[in-house]
Design a protein around this ligand. Structure first.
Ligand code: NAI
Ligand code: MG
Length: 487
């Protein structure tokens, strides 16, 4: 008998510890753009609100960036570049280290605000997002004065102003992925966080201000797609780094075709998580859960297509359903929560649309019996069984806690099915045999492959995709290259 989840979100007794409180975090009621080391009001005086998706309450008003604001920020970044690019590398490194340490010191506050603004469980923001963001600053600080070792016999120089546009699924972490390598290598930055999750980027702006980083090296402009587009099209920018949807990635590619702007694109995914019959099944089940339900499935590299070898399929699916019964959906600030709030109403609508499509396509839908709160945006963890390769729920990125399940018989069939996707960002292989890991991972057309684990990240490891998942790599030594001219 599966364990039935009887937890009720609105009573206090269930908490092993009290939930994190928002009382000790200090939010301002209104935030301007961060330009040339100062917070400034938007040129047109317009603001939009960011809300908490777990209760729909407004958190703050955020400056809406116009082309005039972007222009101001690019000018500041250009001016900042004149001195920053000539600052000795070991001096630059000191600032980047300082930012890393300050993030660590304030990690609790960052974690609470990340969970409030975006809906992710506090356990994840506290243990993964914020520490990893700090780790990226530490890692790239280390490279700043060692570029001669990174690229022997070549001369590495910075390129100029980088325009950086990031999504809402890992707000602070994506800001760190973008800013740390750019400034460590002597470039300056105009970054735009996503419109539903701007708060931790603005807190990072405060940290940067307090770190004493020279004015204009990092500028942060808030706004939605139009603001992003103004960054992409600004002639003063030498490089675009974008993480987000494949759709917007294509718009950006078209917009900069014919200019000499460089670009890296980290786009969508529909990763295969492949379970072979010789895998440690209980561990694989944990890996499947983590692969798709981590961060509500709002993960570009999520293991959103599950392939199980036929001989163990019934066993794996039974264990998976049992495990799903134990998942707790609810308050992102509660340490016991496994699945937090869906990031926005738009994203929830998109997920619901795919749930309907899946049912209409003839797949069998399974959801555990967990309760979900009344207010806010929520989705139960969902399995679709008996999927076909042609189903839209198998081919398209849903970006929610929804897993499409298929089976296979032979290793080659598993590989072929896994590669049958327009995407190529990541994948997972679960088997007891090292030789199978090598064979399968070398044949999967995906940038990152995990073996007997999933969704593990480290700043020293490059990340990026093939096909419609994007181009270029971020992280590791490879992540320096987009920000350097190598001669
Ligand atoms: P999006 O791609 O529109 O947003 C990502 C960032 O790009 C945001 O900062 C946004 O303001 C900005 N942006 C939007 N339009 C732009 C434009 N024309 N030029 C420059 N910047 C622009 O993603 P959205 O609409 O939030 O989500 C839609 C779907 O995209 C999701 O359901 C998911 O499937 C996918 N997505 C994938 C991500 C990934 O990491 N692979 C991240 C976010 C979304
Ligand atoms: Mg928000």
């Amino acid at each position: 008998m599966p364990k039935v989840n009887t937890l009720n979100f609105n009573t206090d007794w269930q908490y092993a510890e009290a939930p994190e409180s928002s009382d000790h975090v200090q939010l301002e009621s209104r935030y301007g753009h961060f330009i040339n080391g100062k917070f400034v009001a938007p040129a047109n005086g317009r603001y939009f609100k960011t809300i908490n998706p777990a209760n729909e309450a407004k958190l703050a008003d955020i400056a809406s960036g116009s082309a005039a604001d972007v222009d101001k920020a690019v000018r500041a970044a250009k001016k900042g570049y004149k001195t920053w690019s000539r600052t000795p590398a070991k001096e630059r490194a000191k600032y980047v280290y300082r930012i890393a340490r300050m993030l660590q010191e304030r990690s609790r506050e960052f974690a609470v605000i990340e969970s409030m603004d975006g809906g992710k469980p506090i356990r994840e923001s506290k243990n993964i997002d914020i520490p990893l963001a700090a780790a990226h600053f530490f890692y790239y600080a280390g490279w700043a004065d060692k570029l001669d070792y990174a690229f022997p016999n070549r001369r590495a120089s910075s390129i100029g102003v980088a325009g950086q546009i990031i999504p809402w699924n890992f707000p602070l972490l994506m800001a760190a992925w973008k800013i740390a390598p750019a400034i460590a290598t002597g470039n300056t930055v105009v970054l735009k966080p996503a419109e539903t999750t701007p708060l931790t980027a603005l807190m990072l702006a405060k940290v940067i201000q307090e770190s004493g980083l020279p004015d204009g090296v990092v500028n942060i402009i808030t706004g939605a797609g139009k603001t992003g587009s103004a960054i992409v099209n600004h002639p003063g920018i030498q490089k675009i780094a974008f993480t987000g949807s494949t759709e917007v990635g294509k718009i950006i590619q078209k917009a900069i075709a014919g200019t000499n702007k460089r670009y890296t694109l980290e786009l969508g995914g529909k990763a295969a998580n492949i379970i072979f019959e010789d895998a440690a099944i209980d561990q694989a089940v944990e890996g499947i859960i983590n692969g798709i339900f981590f961060n509500q499935g709002h993960v570009c590299c999520a293991g959103s297509r599950l392939f199980i070898q036929e001989s163990v399929a019934d066993l794996v699916i039974r264990k998976l359903k049992d495990r799903m019964e134990t998942l707790i959906v609810g308050d992102p600030l509660d340490k016991n929560t496994d699945i937090g709030a869906i990031n926005s109403k738009d994203q929830l609508d998109k997920i619901k649309y795919y749930l309907k499509i899946g049912v209409n396509e003839g797949a069998e839908m399974y959801q555990p019996s967990c309760r979900i709160p009344q207010k806010g945006y929520w989705c139960r963890p969902t399995l679709f069984l008996n999927c076909a390769q042609s189903h839209r729920i198998v081919q398209e990125e849903i970006f929610g806690p929804v897993l499409a399940v298929q089976t296979f018989r032979t290793v080659d069939e598993g590989i072929e099915k896994a590669n049958n996707t327009p995407y190529g960002l990541s994948g997972g292989v679960w088997t007891d045999k090292g030789s199978k890991i090598f064979k399968v991972s070398s044949k999967l057309r995906a940038g990152v492959i995990w073996a007997n684990t999933y969704n593990k990240f480290d700043p020293s490891s490059p990340f990026g995709g093939y096909k419609e998942s994007g181009m270029g790599r971020e992280g590791g030594l490879h992540g320096l290259m987009p920000y350097l001219e190598l001669n």
